[in-house]
Design a protein around this ligand. Structure first.
Ligand code: KIV
Length: 267
């Protein structure tokens, strides 16, 4: 295995930042490997990226498994995490176990990620005790969009920060080996960071976490809408691709493609 749970814990201890990126298909998985990231997440953000939906609520367990299998097949020796989609783990710990078991058995990913605080820690315990490693996810939890009424920064006031800290502590106690902190002020992330010993991975949580995660399409600039403030576009891939297709169109129209180089000849 390229890197595993012990390595991530060691990276935290050695203060080496952990780099996580999402991937949803074979090409992205290969690019992530070539770039040398540490850990790949098949995020349920595939709903808002690959599927073009407004939020992550609608993506199904079968769809997650389909993409997780493609990514894991491309990254056999790589640590891959798959998001458990909305309503695949909230009903009961038993249902969560059956569904997470399906994810691991059918896609062969190495761990699952679940959104939720202390209230989900019983489920996290059940999964980890059964051999399913869990990444927790607190702060802005996109599966709660209908409760939050939008994607809102969390942990801005003292009581919310307390809650985040309690959530993180109870998720670590339940067995989570890593925790994603999404969309919170750096001060809140630091409080969590100072109260857990598992690696923290931030997305919109500032500079204090043990690592960072970004959505693939955001990081490489492939979407047609502006990403949230915490995203840095490390490339403008969409413009590159649009220009490539414009050149293709122009050359077909004006007859310069296919050229001599692109045609077969009789022997
Ligand atoms: O679904 C996803 O891509 C995620 C990351 C943004 C953490 O949960």
């Amino acid at each position: 295995m390229h890197k595993g749970i012990k390595d991530f814990a060691g990276m935290k201890l050695g203060k080496e930042k952990i780099v996580m990126i999402t991937a949803y298909d074979y090409v992205q998985a290969g690019i992530a490997r070539e770039a040398g990231v540490d850990i790949v997440l098949v995020g349920d953000s595939l709903a808002t990226t690959v599927q073009g939906k407004d939020d992550t609520v609608g993506v199904t367990l079968d769809e997650m498994i389909y993409h997780a299998k493609i990514v894991k097949d491309a990254l056999k020796d790589f640590f891959v995490v798959c998001d458990m989609p909305f309503m695949s783990y909230q009903v009961s710990a038993e249902l969560a176990l059956l569904n997470a078991g399906r994810v691991l058995k059918e896609s062969r990913v190495n761990a699952v990620k679940v959104e939720g605080g202390e209230f989900i820690s019983g489920t996290v315990k059940r999964l980890t005790e059964s051999g399913i490693p869990v990444v927790a996810h607190i702060g802005l939890m996109p599966q709660f969009i209908n409760i939050m009424g939008g994607y809102k920064v969390q942990g801005r006031i003292a009581s919310q920060i307390e809650e985040l800290v309690n959530d993180a502590i109870s998720l670590e106690k339940a067995g989570a080996f890593m925790i994603v902190l999404e969309a919170m002020p750096e001060e809140a992330a630091l409080r969590v960071q100072n109260n857990v010993s598992i690696p923290t991975i931030g997305i919109g949580a500032g500079r204090v976490t043990d690592g960072q995660v970004l959505v693939y399409y955001d990081a490489v600039g492939m979407l047609d809408k502006n990403p949230p403030k915490f995203v840095k576009k490390f490339a403008d891939s969409r413009s590159l691709m649009v220009n490539a297709l414009k050149d293709y169109k122009d050359e077909v129209k004006n007859g310069s493609f296919p050229s001599e180089d692109n045609i077969y000849k009789n022997k």
